[in-house]
Design a protein around this ligand. Sequence first.
Ligand SMILES: Nc1nc2c(ncn2[C@@H]2O[C@H](COP(=O)(O)OP(=O)(O)OP(=O)(O)O)[C@@H](O)[C@H]2O)c(=O)[nH]1
Ligand SMILES: *[C@@H]1O[C@H](CO)[C@@H](O)[C@H](O)[C@H]1NC(C)=O
Ligand SMILES: *[C@@H]1O[C@H](CO)[C@@H](O)[C@H](O)[C@H]1NC(C)=O
Ligand SMILES: *[C@@H]1O[C@H](CO)[C@@H](O)[C@H](O)[C@H]1NC(C)=O
Ligand SMILES: *[C@@H]1O[C@H](CO)[C@@H](O)[C@H](O)[C@H]1NC(C)=O
Ligand SMILES: [Mg+2]
Length: 446
Amino acid sequence: MRYLLIFLVFQSCSSLSNSENEQCTKDSCSALTSSNYYLLYDVNHGEGFNLRRDVYVRMANLVHTLRERTSPESNWTLVLPPWGPLYHWFSYNLQRAQLPWSLFFDLKSLAKFVPVIEFEEFLRLSSPVLTIPYVFALQHFNEGWGEKFEEKLEIRQCNDEAMYEKRSDNYYHGWFFGYEDRVRAKQFDCLSAQGFVTVLVDYAMKNLTWSQEINDEHLLKSVMFDRAETLLHVDYGGYNYWRARRSMRYARRLINLGNRFRSEYLNSTDIHDRTYLVDDWTRAEYLSDQALGGPYLGIHLRRQDYVKARPEYVPSLEHAARQVCHQLLHLNLSIAFIATDANENEIDEVRQHAFKICHISTDQILTYRPDGKILEKILDGGKAIVDQWICAHARYFIGSYESTFSFRIQEDREILGFSKDSTFNRLCGDNEGLSCEKSTVWPIVY
Ligand SMILES: Nc1nc2c(ncn2[C@@H]2O[C@H](COP(=O)(O)OP(=O)(O)OP(=O)(O)O)[C@@H](O)[C@H]2O)c(=O)[nH]1
Ligand SMILES: *[C@@H]1O[C@H](CO)[C@@H](O)[C@H](O)[C@H]1NC(C)=O
Ligand SMILES: *[C@@H]1O[C@H](CO)[C@@H](O)[C@H](O)[C@H]1NC(C)=O
Ligand SMILES: *[C@@H]1O[C@H](CO)[C@@H](O)[C@H](O)[C@H]1NC(C)=O
Ligand SMILES: *[C@@H]1O[C@H](CO)[C@@H](O)[C@H](O)[C@H]1NC(C)=O
Ligand SMILES: [Mg+2]
């Protein structure tokens, strides 16, 4: 029976390649007949780079769970949603879309947690037009969470204006990362969802029918969840949270840029700093407080929209300078590296305040400012990662209150084996003085 089915599918594929059906090409026939399943997702367009990295960890764990719960032949792969345009990414008018993950991350390393492919690669499996059988926009239940914590899912009317519209061709059309012309959906629904990402496991396996599509229309077995940030981490801070997070090694080029900056300006190298990482994260072991870090203070000073969003917790530039002075003295360090989205005038202001407060000269406060040629290659996302990499290697780090940018640095420091004391610190607001409540500690788990 099974043999017959495969035979039939293969037959229809090969006959179709001569007809005008566009769905099954020679290359993609094998993808269609196999048991490859693809999970796609997108995130609310207003969200920044670092929250998106967090959503990746959630979705990677969803795929991980799907793979655990299904038979080994059901090969679930996570399709990486192209980056951009992002609200914060505007250097040199470099607003761009359709950026591959390989610009920022090491895909081989990601794939050691769950299989991943770039969206472009996924598109190539079904040219010229890709039809995704199921697209869902996740949304909260209109009526709220209710009395008790309860996981639930239900197809509902869309709370907001639907992001995908049915056109005269009977397919749903939408943004699809800027590939509007090449991607469409056969079915679209709003799915009210509450709980952990894994509420989608049974739904994807049982409620969606997979065989019918393949027989009828030769579609890749794929499902996309838009607004994926709606659901929670399955095990925040747990074993597989950290495995997914540890798999997010950065692109070699960015690591090299960060390391070069460290050695050239900060006298910081892995050997002296005791921050050496083995290439394969699956072979890394728990490094209890072994990292020393480079002889500098690392600061993440979040500005821009944050100043308005978190007024009690975001220091004025003067108070930020006061904290830099205080910590340098306390730690007996002479150099501060500041990662920031502040503009140059604001940085100069910090330097002037610091000079007034503790007489440190302007060249004792450093920032990473790649020249135009490099920035054009690494883009704002790459620059952000280099900033994070440098902060992650500092002797002592101070972040910004509840900034996901700072959280990612703290995680990197956990991975590198820094002490909690040197990592989970934050800048205090103007009314909080020089020592305020620390950031929440999320210790690494192996
Ligand atoms: N290069 C660099 N960029 C930064 C820095 N701080 C913020 N940004 C930029 O502004 C964005 C900050 O927000 P995101 O990282 O997107 O994260 P988010 O989810 O909005 O995080 P927060 O708003 O910080 O919680 C980053 O992606 C960067 O593009 C910084 O210190 N250095
Ligand atoms: C599973 O899918 C991945 C990526 O899509 C592919 O590289 C791998 O070969 C597949 N494995 C099997 C057993 O088909
Ligand atoms: C999934 O299928 C089950 C069993 O048929 C059904 O009870 C449930 O309501 C379905 N879930 C959704 C969200 O439609
Ligand atoms: C750089 O660091 C090394 C090792 O920690 C130290 O011996 C050396 O004096 C430092 N150099 C400078 C210029 O500070
Ligand atoms: C502070 O650092 C300097 C060199 O940077 C060193 O000479 C001095 O002994 C240190 N002081 C303390 C109290 O550790
Ligand atoms: Mg943000």
